[in-house]
Design a protein around this ligand. Sequence first.
Ligand code: BEZ
Ligand code: FE
Length: 308
Amino acid sequence: MDYISSPPKLITKEADVTPTVLAAMANTDNPRLKEVMTVLVEHLHQFILKTRPTEEEFEYALRWIVEIGQLTNEFHNEVVLAADVVGASTLIDLINNDGMQGETMSALLGPFYRGGAPICTNGDCIARSQTPGATLFFSGRVIGVDGAPVAGAVLDVWQASPVGLYENQDETQEDCNLRGKFTSEADGRYHFRSVKPAGYPVPTDGPVGVLLRAQKREPMRPAHVHFIVSAPGHKTLITQIFSDTPEALAADVVFGAKQQIVGNFIMHTEPHPDYPDASLPFYTCEYDFKLVPGKSTMPVPPISGKKS
Ligand code: BEZ
Ligand code: FE
């Protein structure tokens, strides 16, 4: 619709608002900003006209958004959490990462990526303080979609403790517990030791929790380990490797679980010569990450530290 050629002068009725606002934004130089804001205003106004909120509902909604902002700081990111529970993050992920070239499927970053994880040597254990759970030996290769090894890829790994909390949420855990950065070897191999992940609830003590309770939704995420796999000349892969029941995967409160990134976590109840010092039972998971050529970038961490 060509609102711009004959913009209404002063608003007198509902139907005047959208064209007047679009006319006010018409001089935006940046074409992408102009496109995004135009579509946003059109859809926002349509949403308002369809749902016809009362003034009390509008005030409530604005307060909900204010609380999301107020709760967000360097240790906690309620903004990312809100985007995750309404499916926005997974939709953005799928638009930008379709897996069509045979690369490993991605999954949303989530609010708990800190950046600055300790640099580790292959074989290191990322459980840095007393952490419950069976030992997990995680290994595999970083390869291209042609199967060629990618040497020197950095695997930034993080996971929640089986108590259900990331280290930055839990003062009993050591700084950067269950976080570490590994580098793939000449044949693309990487390997590290951790604990088998468990499912956990997302934080529900803020406005996102208010929404989830009102919607009678369980706040659970299926058990997973997060990875960012990056290498020069390759598109960075942000993903999670899952270990849970089909029911738990389907009930992921942030819609992040995908079949292709369910890992083969094997329980070992007998001693194994490759893992002589492991107490029983322990788990192994072998997963090869497949990268496509592209730009190597890193996301801005949603949080940057741990409250001391
Ligand atoms: C996570 O897996 O760390 C996560 C993702 C989305 C929301 C909350 C937590
Ligand atoms: Fe997680």
